[in-house]
Design a protein around this ligand. Structure first.
Ligand SMILES: NC(=O)c1ccc[n+]([C@@H]2O[C@H](COP(=O)([O-])OP(=O)(O)OC[C@H]3O[C@@H](n4cnc5c(N)ncnc54)[C@H](OP(=O)(O)O)[C@@H]3O)[C@@H](O)[C@H]2O)c1
Length: 349
């Protein structure tokens, strides 16, 4: 098949760099445009991007000229790693022009006709795009990926919710500094420290999870019914968010039953053979001191949630720890997987 030309919006940032890394050698997609702010437009990518990934930007990309949002931008898919305020203005313009926008920004996640998708969790919510097309009259579309911490929670919760019915959740996150974008949180603030506040994060963990775990009924998304209490903390970790979850269930599982379900979960068949999909979305570690962000975030190219410490909870029923690579599975990798799902589902010709 001819590769589909794609544009990366916000290509010079933390998430944009991960898009570049994942798309440089992708079997279905080829990078046609790298887009940045006025700070970067007109410069070579290698000079404009403060590259935070080990090594250098991929060959062939390093010398590409960064475009600005006012330039003519080629491509059929737009991967968006824009700040939310910029995404709010920009993403509909791209959708109207015929792009399939696969966004990491929070700007449209909570809109009633915009799906927020993790293919292995709720790939079937892609059906919402029929309604979006009717409502918005766009030639293209917008599909969003959830917040990075939400992704780490929900990939661990979905198998258990499907098998045992989650009713209550208490979630505490310890989030990497790269989650705040470049240049991120000041070293002087976060080193030797923990900051118990990340603006907007707890609402996203609580609200987006209900959408992701919701069901499609007669073409309408019905949010899951459960109570979630979230507390978000910034931790002195470079990449990888850690989330401690306690859960109460309709049908209480033993830790052994929960581990079996987590290990065997694959999710909807439509997600199984996508080029960037891992064999299984959850890896379970049995060691008492795993998962850890530094040791587990890159497992399966950063595309899985690594879960461990699955044990009973004296407050609710069961507790566990989940680690997710915030910039890969929690951002760029999640959006690339969504774009692959769109192609496989015939939404992008
Ligand atoms: N970091 C994570 O782990 C993570 C995870 C999930 C979701 N997200 C979301 O993904 C988005 C990007 O996050 P990030 O961490 O990559 O942020 P970042 O490092 O600050 O990067 C922001 C990018 O947007 C570009 N940009 C900023 N203002 C612009 C403007 N007015 N016009 C055009 N481009 C503009 C920047 O270009 P220049 O470099 O040229 O200025 C840069 O490429 C955000 O919405 C964030 O909430 C981030």
């Amino acid at each position: 098949m001819n590769k589909i030309p794609v544009a990366v919006l916000g290509a010079t940032g933390i998430v944009g760099q991960r898009f570049v890394q994942m798309l440089a050698d992708h079997p279905w997609f080829e990078i046609a445009a790298l887009v940045g702010s006025k700070r970067s437009a007109g410069r070579k990518y290698g000079e404009a991007a403060n590259w935070v990934i080990a090594g250098d930007p991929p060959e062939g990309i390093i010398d590409m000229t960064v475009l600005g949002l006012d330039d003519v931008i080629p491509g059929r898919i737009a991967f968006s790693a824009l700040p939310s305020s910029v995404a709010r203005e920009t993403e509909p313009v791209f959708a109207e022009a015929g792009f399939a926008v696969c966004s990491n920004a929070s700007a449209y996640r909570m809109e009633a006709d915009v799906p927020v998708i993790i293919p292995e969790v709720n790939g079937d919510h892609i059906a919402m795009l029929e309604d979006q097309r009717k409502q918005r009259n766009w030639k293209g579309l917008i599909v969003t990926s959830p917040n990075c911490t939400t992704t780490g929670m929900v990939i661990a919760m979905k198998p258990l919710h499907a098998a045992f019915g989650i009713e209550r959740v208490f979630a505490t996150s310890f989030q990497a500094i790269s989650g705040a974008g470049y240049p991120g949180v000041s070293f002087l603030d976060v080193n030797d420290n923990l900051i118990p506040y990340i603006k907007g994060e707890e609402d996203k963990m609580e609200n987006e999870s209900l959408l992701l775990l919701g069901k499609m009924e007669n073409g309408i998304r019905v949010p899951a019914e459960m109570v979630i209490s979230a507390q978000a903390n910034r931790a002195p970790v470079l990449h990888g968010h850690t989330i401690c979850l306690s859960m109460g269930f309709k049908n209480k599982p033993s830790p052994e039953e929960a581990i079996e379900v987590l290990k065997n979960y694959r999710g909807p068949e439509a997600a199984w053979n996508l080029p960037s999909a891992p064999e299984r979305p959850v890896i379970v570690r049995m060691e008492p001191d795993r998962p850890q962000p530094r040791r587990d975030r890159d497992t399966e190219n950063g595309m899985v949630a690594t879960v461990g410490r699955v044990r009973t909870c004296p407050l609710l029923d069961l507790r566990l720890v989940s680690v997710i690579h915030n910039a890969i599975r929690g951002a760029a990798g999640g959006s690339v997987l969504n774009a692959e799902l769109l192609v496989a589902g015939g939404y992008i010709q």
